[in-house]
Design a binder for this molecule. Structure first.
Ligand code: AMP
Ligand code: MG
Length: 540
């Protein structure tokens, strides 16, 4: 974070407005209490869910990339995206009619400790689009300038992190993992000072802004903050608005208030469990699972120093800021999801007449996670029904993949090509990073393939059907850290083409995509220890 100069404008600029075909229906600002003060000086904001604040204009907004399917989702046509007003609005220099920009107020547990008020320090929601089909999409700029929640930082985001957020949001969606989406990536034409390695060598980097899109950006920490302040009126109001706005099916089905809250916490618990099972299925490591980065609607949110598993290692975290205890390592994400849900339950307790539904939710989390991760493992292994022996089949495989330094994505994808009548490692040779480890584990790996083949044969699924099912569960293309870094390097050199190329690739992660096999190979040696490819800091 870098010091910001607040001496210029303390109140937010009135931005020019322009017409659009979008219909805005801003329930968050309409139904929740606003901060009565509208300047951006850093401060505590009691008794309010948000502060009205406009984006701070930038010098030269330029559209670097757009996800056309997200534009279509909210009701923008390709023509709407190609006009000059698009980068103006999504770079923070103008507003569409009907937008009512705000920064949300929330707290959070960071790395296990209560951190008090945090809030949107560099995210500004522009408004809620209501589509003709009745879908609600909140549009939010990340990196749009200071808010009262910026503390000592500048409210901006750098190009490298913005490319990573843009690409990963879309990659996750196409993998079938719930996530916030990304509409656009706009270069600001301004430079941002960042100490990338936290070693005192701060340097200027190009700035950028991503427009994120989600039905809701409310976080676990949104509830923790009023609870921590004993503001039970605001806590109750936030719960009711959240249920009514973000969980309309529960609001409609359950009339009684207490029963509604119970059903809601159960649903939040289940969604969180499913999300964790999905992250584990595809090899995604969030890296900063603080409670302010946990979405109440159960989507992946806040892409920072995340990473993708290359060689299978449950102890791996991409986040250098977490190197000490590796709290947010790959293999601990399900436990952290549970811990975070526990913090949410604590915060919600005063709004519940009994704590039974909170305990029930926590139990449901465990059951749902177990069921979902079993189903995911069965699908990955090309099996249909869970057998008592599968627990050890899975555990033994994970141990072998770890010891053998085996690429997770390539292994599982290649497993579909192993013939259960004559199992061999031949289709899996591309997955090994270390020939010595491969040689040492030859016998146990082949023994494991034999056990797997016995299970496959016992189920007797048609070979073609099984291969298709395995391909649908095991992506061929994921956003390997080094691939994102290559797109970043190109964009920093002035050519943003790599971003759209990767977006195209990641739109069909489960398809073979002939001619693009080079994007499905294991991480090259040069990327093994390179910053951005293997490790990242929170500086973004
Ligand atoms: P994160 O670790 O990215 O989830 O951020 C934690 C808190 O710091 C949130 O309240 C962010 O809005 C805030 N924050 C992070 N980076 C910046 C920045 N460059 N400017 C202002 N606030 C920031
Ligand atoms: Mg965050």
């Amino acid at each position: 974070m870098t010091g910001a100069d607040y001496s210029g404008s303390m109140s937010t600029t009135a931005l020019p407005r322009t017409a659009s075909s979008l219909r805005f229906d801003n329930r968050f600002t309409r139904e929740l209490p606003a901060d009565p003060v509208e300047d951006v000086r850093p401060r505590q904001v009691p008794s309010a869910s948000y502060t009205r604040v406009s984006p701070t204009p930038v010098t030269a907004p330029r559209l670097l990339a757009c996800a056309p399917e997200v534009a279509a989702l909210i009701g923008l046509t390709p023509d709407d995206v190609s006009v000059p007003s698009f980068p103006e609005v999504f770079g923070g220099n103008a507003l569409y009619d009907g937008m009512d920009p705000w920064a949300a107020n929330y707290g959070g547990h960071q790395f296990g400790n209560w951190a008090g008020q945090l809030g949107d320090g560099r995210a500004i929601s522009l408004g809620e689009v209501l589509t003709p089909a009745g879908q609600r999409w909140e549009l939010q700029l990340k990196g749009a300038g200071p808010t009262p929640y910026s503390r000592r930082a500048d409210g901006r985001a750098v190009l490298r992190s913005s490319i990573r957020e843009f690409l990963c949001s879309e990659a996750m969606h196409h993998l079938g993992v719930p996530t916030t989406r990304a509409l656009s990536l706009v270069a600001t034409g301004e430079r941002v000072l960042r100490d990338m390695f936290y070693d005192g060598r701060a340097a200027y980097e190009p700035g950028a802004i991503v427009c994120r899109v989600s039905p809701s950006f409310t976080r676990f920490g949104s509830f923790e903050l009023p609870a921590s302040r004993g503001d039970l009126a605001l806590l109750g109001q936030l719960i009711d608005v959240t249920i009514s706005r973000d969980f309309p099916e529960i609001a409609a089905a359950v009339p009684d208030r207490d029963a509604q809250r119970a059903a809601w916490f159960l649903e939040v618990s289940r969604r969180t469990a499913r999300l964790m099972a999905d992250w584990m299925r595809v090899g995604f490591v969030h890296g900063v699972m603080n409670t302010d980065n946990m979405s109440i609607i159960g989507v992946t949110i806040d892409y920072g120093p995340y990473g993708w598993i290359d060689d299978y290692d449950p102890g791996w975290t991409p986040n250098t800021t977490d190197a000490g205890t590796r709290r947010y390592r790959f293999g601990q994400q399900a436990e952290i999801g549970y811990w975070n849900l526990g913090q949410l339950a604590n915060a919600l307790a005063p709004a519940f007449t009994t704590t039974d539904p909170l305990y029930a939710g926590l139990e449901a989390y465990v059951a749902e996670y177990t069921a979902r991760s079993r189903a995911a493992m069965l699908a990955k292994l090309g099996l249909r029904t869970w057998d008592a022996s599968d627990e050890s089949l899975v555990d033994d495989l994970h141990a072998l993949l770890h010891q053998g330094e085996v690429d997770m994505t390539i292994w599982f994808r290649g497993l579909a090509d192993v013939d259960p009548l004559a199992p061999s490692l031949a289709p899996l040779e591309g997955a090994f990073y270390d020939p010595a480890k491969r040689a040492r584990l030859d016998a146990p790996l082949r023994a494991w393939l034999d056990r797997h083949a016995v299970r496959v044969r016992a189920e007797g699924m048609d070979t073609t059907e099984r291969r298709l099912a395995m391909h649908a569960a095991n992506p061929k293309y994921v956003l390997r850290n080094y691939l994102a870094q290559q797109a970043i390097d190109r964009a920093t050199g002035g050519d943003p083409g790599g971003i759209t190329e990767l977006l195209d690739l990641l739109r069909h992660p489960y398809d073979e995509q002939p001619g693009r096999e080079a994007m499905a190979v294991r991480r090259p040696d040069w990327a093994r220890d390179r910053p951005g490819c293997s490790t990242l800091s929170c500086s973004s």
